[in-house]
Design a protein around this ligand. Structure first.
Ligand code: HEC
Ligand code: HEC
Length: 337
């Protein structure tokens, strides 16, 4: 007969074998469910390595990179809000205000043009610019500060076999962001065959989104963006509207007046407030505005029109969009002292 002690040991063993096998950490080099067919925009001179990713993750959260020492990239890109910041617009390190809303960092590795107006042609270019413009980074000073931290010195050697430099910091940050992916949402599980993964209302919402409401013309799966630029009328009634993609540093093309990048709708339930100027507070209001065909102006994209979507149907579309929240297992880094 088994003694109590034996039973206890057996129970412990069962617990050990079921739990102790360490939970497989998410491998950033692999696409999550739903994004297998999306193509990452890679940089030939900056291939992925786990060492670069981990270093970039630390740098993203480290105020040592900023001019004042008080801000980091994560000051406007909070991990728990899909790397947005809940504010319409945010204050930069130099005290100046942004005029546009902080976008999500999830799945930016799939974009070939970045920023709301598409002015950055690569993630590395974007990151280098954001470092200076948003957090007042002075790359040479920052490189010195990082080199004085033994754990960083070691991490740069491991990732680049070189000490910290402007180029290495940019490459590490870009590697981290390129592989910061969000998939495996309830909708992805539904699309993969689990019919119970989303509610009947969300299913009806998806039918509308891809059918009668015509949303997927621009918000194309799997990223729910066509990566193109359209004028849907946001901010166009302002005295001096933001010209967006028409700008000199972007496409320098007046035909793109008031056009902005179609934002991904993955994680959209977490990224309020909405639109390039953060002018709309809730997801329901944003969806209702789009269902009405946006805001009229002479540059508005004709693909967006009022298709007579009812209030009940708007609720269904919102229910669908809420199923696009990814399952992202993200643990913020511990910064070296
Ligand atoms: C003060 C707030 C703030 C800080 C700090 C900040 N950002 Fe941003 N970020 C923004 C805003 C606002 C935009 C959109 C600007 C635009 O489109 O003109 C943006 C856009 C981006 C984009 C483009 C995303 C896309 O979908 O096109 C990337 C990438 C990015 N930031 C990375 C960074 C990195 C890396 C840092 C740190 C070096 C950083 N940001 C710090 C506010 C901030
Ligand atoms: C013609 C292309 C186009 C169509 C069609 C379209 N959208 Fe959009 N959508 C955009 C663009 C571009 C933006 C960003 C506009 C801006 O901020 O100036 C946007 C923004 C949004 C946002 C805000 C997201 C955020 O992160 O700020 C939501 C929500 C949205 N659209 C939902 C929808 C829904 C629902 C439909 C269908 C009724 C739809 N869209 C149809 C292009 C389109």
């Amino acid at each position: 007969m088994r003694t109590l002690a034996t039973l206890a040991v057996l129970a412990l063993f069962a617990a050990y074998t079921s739990k102790a096998a360490p939970k497989t950490p998410v491998d950033p080099s692999k696409a999550p469910l739903g994004l297998e067919k999306a193509k990452l925009v890679e940089a030939a001179d900056n291939p992925y390595s786990a060492a670069k990713y981990e270093l970039g993750k630390q740098l993203f959260f480290d105020p040592r990179l900023s001019g004042t020492g008080a801000m980091s990239c994560s000051s406007c890109h909070f991990p728990e809000e899909a790397f947005t910041d809940k504010r319409a617009t945010s204050k930069k390190d130099d005290g100046g205000m942004n005029t546009r809303n902080s976008p999500t960092m999830h799945n930016v590795g799939y974009l070939d043009r970045l920023y709301w107006d598409g002015r950055a042609k690569s993630l590395e270019g974007n990151v280098g610019a954001a470092w200076k413009a948003q957090i007042g980074g002075k790359p040479e000073d920052a490189a010195k500060k990082l080199a004085a931290v033994p754990a960083y010195e070691k991490a740069f050697q491991a990732a680049f076999t070189a000490p910290p430099s402007e180029a290495n910091v940019v490459q590490a940050l870009a590697t981290f962001l390129r592989h910061l992916r969000s998939g495996n949402s309830a909708f992805d599980r539904f699309a993969a065959g689990d019919d119970t993964a989303i509610s009947p209302a969300a299913k009806a919402g998806y039918e509308l989104f891809a059918g009668k409401a015509g949303c997927n013309v621009c918000h194309q799966p799997p990223l729910f963006t066509d990566k193109l630029f359209h004028n849907v009328g946001i901010g166009m009634t302002a005295e001096k509207p933001d010209v967006g993609a028409a700008g000199k540093t972007a496409f320098d093309n007046p035909e793109k007046t008031g056009a902005f990048k179609t934002p991904t709708l993955r994680d959209v339930a977490k990224t309020a407030p909405y639109f390039h100027d953060g002018s709309v507070a809730t997801l329901r209001e944003a969806v209702a505005l789009m269902c009405k065909g946006g805001i009229d102006n002479k540059h508005k994209d004709p693909m967006l029109m009022d298709r007579g979507i009812t209030d009940a149907e708007i609720d269904q579309i919102v229910a669908f969009l809420e199923t696009l929240t990814g399952k992202v297992e993200f643990t913020p880094p511990v910064l070296p002292q």
